[in-house]
Design a protein around this ligand. Sequence first.
Ligand code: TYM
Length: 332
Amino acid sequence: RTRIFSGVKPTGHLTLGNYLGALRGWADEDQHRADALFCVVDLHALTVEHDPARVRRLSRQAATLLLAVGLDPRLCTVFVQSHVDEHTRLAYLMECTASDGEMRRMIQYKEKTERERARGGSVRLSLLTYPALMAADILAYGTGEVPVGEDQAQHVELTRDLAVRFNQRYGQTFVVPKATVPKVAARVMDLQEPTSKMGKSHARTSGIVYLLDEPDVVRKKVMRAVTDTGSDVVYDRAERPGVANLLDVLAACGAGEPAELAGEYDSYGALKKDTAEAVVELLRPVRERHAELVKDPEYVDSVLRDGAERARAIARPRVDAAYRAVGLMPAV
Ligand code: TYM
């Protein structure tokens, strides 16, 4: 069976982008067709300025949401990255496999450092080495497929390069993984700024639909989405990014193909109204299950405890093998 690994970073409340680009596919398809592991990658949340209490809270919320979207611990493994030491053990070997140049070429690193330096802030070294930890996350499990949104594809490409390089230098150790990206809504855009990705840590929240937003909040955000000049509804991501984004979201809610949907509308208002209702209905069961799960933290704990144990048992032998392969002396 194919091994699947993917993760979500607890740097903010999870968004509609996270759901459509990743979580929904994990729950509806991936966990049923493969031996899958899904992880709250909390160590990655420490690469930018953070508040310890908030990261702790968001990690629990993300884990609870993974169950709320339908991940079933009888079918897949759900766990928290920092509970399994193999991730950081292997990350160091990945840092010894990668070059600093290839880390600096990562788009997310460039974007985030530019933003940070513009504010006069400093950049954590871990932000640069982040892809080495992400490669370790993936390679420790012998992962074949990594279901992610489009923004993570470059990191998975780098992971492939590192796996191939490691295998060539030290002998066959890692499976070379590939990214899988959903056909629609692989890159959901911010509703207020449709040329940038809907990201959970943006400062302005009016363009971001969070999974736990109340229906009326979702409606308001979608109805106030920035649309384009002109009034005819056409699907054109480059020229009409605002409208195209709404069509993508509506299509991803199950209403058909974005380009065909465009033909069914003659006003932005009607498109927004239908999109708002579709999103409200899409998120309703998630919010309801989350509300139930919050009442039972012991259940969530027990899932995470079992998950970490299963994950550790899968990762340990391969990481041990990698330690031996690079020439580290076995413990005596
Ligand atoms: P993160 O936490 O930013 O996002 C989690 C998943 O959601 C996808 N995503 C989106 N998809 C479509 N439209 C959007 N606007 C949108 N925003 C986010 C992301 O592509 C991702 O699949 N580095 C990763 C976490 C990670 C990881 C891993 C993933 C760490 N180790 C190993 C896979 C395998 C991240 O920051 O995702």
